[in-house]
Write a protein that binds this ligand. Structure first.
Ligand SMILES: Cc1ncc(COP(=O)(O)O)c(C=O)c1O
Length: 415
């Protein structure tokens, strides 16, 4: 690096070094090194071992379920969950459209079809009123099964995704599942530690899935978990994710299985991370509270909210940017913050609009998700985000709005 002395002319001075602030990165400060080293020292590096068992127990405890099965990713957990739940080719599964694409792809892996349900405008989760409307008006019972009148397909399951750390309003959803005899598969990948009316996410449906990829609250580098109270489903999940071995010595297999195993090394990291879950959740809550306090009154910004019935995990802190009132849209703000080394990101393109699913009709149109996609911007919110870094983010956003405001009122002529 060039050092520039105080008396160097301005033109020769190096620009001040501004350190980048990433969106959401892992926090590794506990027993990760020690536990992984133990795996290496003892040669227990592969897909069985004490840490796999411990990690499964930790997740069962955190989600309040009887069983947990570790998997290679959240996506493989979802795929396995759909299989053990009995979702078959040509069935329909009602799923949030405002989500990362993985749960929808998993529906296609089993040959079933997604029917997209819009988000509600307050907490940005699957809209259970729209779900009810679809089930009531677009479906009919034939014998003991429910059919989508438009497609003639059997409606088999609901797949709510608790996005951005906040739970879906599960009581009406579970009531619909009971009334129409549908299976509930929770995608809780983004919301470990969140609660719905006191119950942990992952313990309300028949089966639920978590992810431990690099940007999740708890990470194993890559990994996932399926949790359920149904011992038979858990046993089947373990069997299918470990190549459906009937006889491990003779290599006899009883079904088409998968290599969806998590390694002991990854699980060791997961166990160390889980030891810090409460601290991480507290850090996320502090970050969210500070953003809310600092940004709530900025014209044109809507801050993320927590429903009265929810305890959010605040996984990805997100604001909505109203282009007219704020004076620039979410993408312009993203570019401006990016130029200041502050990483932000829009939410996912609603899946009913994404290329592989464009031709799949959304249940009732999804205008809310489309608006949220246009306006949402996720802000830096790593567990290890320093107060000064957060101040920089807040100041940069406030400055962007003030500058636009000043321009509008002609206070800064010539700019
Ligand atoms: C909502 C949602 N579902 C599923 C996944 C898939 O998890 P993984 O990346 O571990 O396969 C993710 C995250 O990546 C996600 O955000």
């Amino acid at each position: 690096m060039t050092t520039v002395t105080q008396d160097a002319p301005l033109s020769e001075r190096a620009p001040a070094v501004v350190s980048p602030i990433p969106l959401c990165v892992p926090e590794i400060r506990g027993n990760e090194w020690a536990y992984i080293k133990e795996c290496l020292d003892t040669n227990w590096v592969s897909s069985v071992g004490e840490y796999v068992d411990r990690f499964e127990r930790a997740l069962a405890t955190a989600s309040g379920t009887r069983c947990a099965v570790a998997t290679s990713s959240g996506t493989s957990a979802l795929h396995t969950a759909l299989i053990v739940a009995g979702v078959e080719a040509d069935d329909e599964v009602l799923v949030s459209t405002l989500t990362f694409i993985a749960p929808v792809n998993a529906i296609r892996y089993v040959g079933a079809w997604p029917v997209f349900i819009d988000a509600e405008p307050d907490y940005w989760q699957m809209d259970t009123a729209r779900l009810a409307q679809f089930l009531e008006h677009s479906c009919e019972r034939r014998g003991s099964a429910l059919y989508d009148r438009a497609t003639n397909r059997r409606v088999r399951a609901l797949l709510p995704v608790h996005v951005m750390g906040h739970p879906v309003d599960m009581a009406p959803l579970l009531e619909l599942a009971r009334r129409y005899d549908l299976i509930v598969i929770e995608d809780a990948t983004e919301s470990l530690g969140a609660r719905y009316r006191g119950t942990p996410v992952g313990h309300m449906g028949d089966v639920a899935c978590f992810s431990f990829n690099g940007n999740k609250l708890i990470t194993t580098g890559g990994g996932g978990m399926l949790v359920t109270d149904r011992d038979d489903w858990a046993r089947r999940a373990k069997y299918l994710t470990t190549q459906a071995k009937d006889d491990p010595v003779e290599f006899e297999h009883g079904a088409v299985g998968y290599n969806y195993r998590l390694t002991n090394i990854q699980a060791a990291m997961g166990v160390a991370q889980m030891e810090q879950l409460d601290d991480y959740l507290a850090a996320k809550r502090r970050i969210a509270e500070r953003y809310a306090a600092a940004l709530a009154d900025v014209p044109g910004l809507t801050v993320m909210r927590q429903a009265p019935w929810a305890q959010s995990a605040w996984w990805l802190y997100t604001v909505l940017v109203d282009a007219v009132q704020f004076g620039m849209d979410a993408r312009a703000l993203m570019r401006r913050l990016g130029a200041q080394q502050i990483q932000t990101r829009p939410l996912w393109q609603p899946i009913h609009q994404s290329k592989p699913y464009r031709d799949t009709t959304p249940a009732l149109g999804c205008p809310v998700s489309e608006r949220l996609h246009a306006q949402a911007l996720s802000l830096p919110c790593s567990v290890g985000l320093h107060a000064e870094q957060q101040t920089r983010v807040i100041d940069a956003i406030v400055a962007a709005r003030e500058e636009v405001g000043e321009r509008e009122h002609g206070k800064t002529p010539g700019r």
